[in-house]
Design a protein around this ligand. Sequence first.
Ligand SMILES: Cc1cc2nc3c(=O)[nH]c(=O)nc-3n(C[C@H](O)[C@H](O)[C@H](O)COP(=O)(O)OP(=O)(O)OC[C@H]3O[C@@H](n4cnc5c(N)ncnc54)[C@H](O)[C@@H]3O)c2cc1C
Ligand SMILES: NC(=O)C1=CN([C@@H]2O[C@H](COP(=O)(O)OP(=O)(O)OC[C@H]3O[C@@H](n4cnc5c(N)ncnc54)[C@H](OP(=O)(O)O)[C@@H]3O)[C@@H](O)[C@H]2O)C=CC1
Ligand SMILES: O=C(O)C(=O)Cc1c[nH]c2ccccc12
Length: 411
Amino acid sequence: MSSCLEEKQSRIFVTGPIIVGAGPSGLSVAACLSNQGVPSVILERTDCLASLWQKRTYDRLKLHLPKHFCELPLMKFPKNFPRYPSKQQFISYVESYAARFNIKPIFNQTVEKAEFDVASGLWTVKTKDGVYSSTWLVVATGENAEPVIPDIFGLKKFTGPVVHTSAYKSGSEFANRKVLVVGCGNSGMEVCLDLCRYSALPHMVVRNSVHVLPRDFFGLSSFGIAMTLLKWFPLKLVDNLLLLLAYFSLGNTDRLGLRRPKTGPIELKNVGGKTPVLDVGAISLIQSGHIRVTQAVKEITRKGAKFVDGQEMEFDSIILATGYKSNVPYWLKDNSFFTKEGMPKTPFPNGWKGENGLYTVGFTRRGLLGTAFDAVKIAEDITDQWMKMKGPLGSCNVCNSHIIHFHFNKS
Ligand SMILES: Cc1cc2nc3c(=O)[nH]c(=O)nc-3n(C[C@H](O)[C@H](O)[C@H](O)COP(=O)(O)OP(=O)(O)OC[C@H]3O[C@@H](n4cnc5c(N)ncnc54)[C@H](O)[C@@H]3O)c2cc1C
Ligand SMILES: NC(=O)C1=CN([C@@H]2O[C@H](COP(=O)(O)OP(=O)(O)OC[C@H]3O[C@@H](n4cnc5c(N)ncnc54)[C@H](OP(=O)(O)O)[C@@H]3O)[C@@H](O)[C@H]2O)C=CC1
Ligand SMILES: O=C(O)C(=O)Cc1c[nH]c2ccccc12
């Protein structure tokens, strides 16, 4: 006989917005709302804040934009942090951020389904433990919610280990191993660099064109230089200046097998979302032959890979540095605001607001800078509605009466 508790399904009415995801984006919205006295509830699938950073990134990761471009709204990084904080420093910043704004997500709550109910005008959000309802739903599950595992012919036949970069911590297990790294974005490049530090032999697959820029140029960050120039000059000119700067710093990267796209680096990031590689040392290891660049893979074999140029090589392991995707289509039902890939259809800077109280934060393809932009807009918009609904007494700074539980027996 099942217990009384098991038969009960919890229905929870949230007077403020429901935010899905306790990464930097979800926390930023909650902080901006809290600052205006508006309560919110965050539902997070894992057991920690910023789970991408805590559980799915490698040990040597550092921010690759200077810290002031990665700040969340309302709180600066500590002064003693370096220009490029380490992953651990970023996590400690996020934890202090949540503590400062008294944000306490509900953990281990994967949102399985969310839909808008026209009759009640409410969003219903289902997790394994209950059904939450609210006037507002903020999607903050991120552009990097799930790893992309490509369907490469023969991959299942490979007898050695195959890992995605989201599960890679360090090269310590790969010493003297021949490793095929599929993908040449920032993850592919940095994993190859890390593998070299542990005396492994990385071969990096480059199937397409890629922009590589030096992270720094004469003590200034390339990204910072680009942002400053963009205040005065058109995008195409700034992109050309960046390419000139890359040529001075890294030489002709085409010769290394890294062909450049026809569109410039910032334009390509803005229109297609493809992030340029910000080099932190991989290029010099390619130049010295420590990292080998290969053509596209035709097929994976039991012991290695065949390439499109006809070469065949043996490998001990394969690392898939093939990127990430959104998971919104799996759980947000009947929604025309998102593409089938789970990205807002409306481009930046207007993709933060949908219909019927739907919001998205962190889907701008502009990193944490985009997150901060969205979060401020969303909080302003919801606060306006909150004030109108509640009147001048609506705001309460210490408000924990914003969740109303109902229990009913499953019929
Ligand atoms: C390796 C790496 C390095 C990066 N470095 C930088 C950088 O230096 N600078 C920069 O600006 N950007 C960087 N980025 C971009 C990155 O997207 C942001 O740093 C940031 O993590 C985005 O925050 P987010 O909250 O939007 O998404 P995430 O950090 O991915 O957080 C989303 C949260 O939602 C939760 N979630 C997902 N699905 C569900 C569900 N169904 N139910 C409940 N919870 C769910 C996840 O568990 C996660 O905690 C990097 C990305 C990667 C992968
Ligand atoms: N230090 C930092 O701050 C770091 C930041 N990041 C960020 O994290 C995000 C994700 O980066 P990343 O993980 O590198 O993902 P990306 O999406 O940037 O890159 C994925 C790479 O995998 C390649 N690829 C995908 N499928 C295949 C396939 N079937 N065969 C061969 N190649 C394939 C892509 O090639 P193609 O272009 O041809 O599709 C591309 O080179 C980015 O925004 C990045 O900037 C990542 C690491 C470090
Ligand atoms: O690291 C990332 O994923 C980012 O999205 C940060 C970022 C935002 N805009 C850029 C332009 C060039 C290089 C990195 C970024």
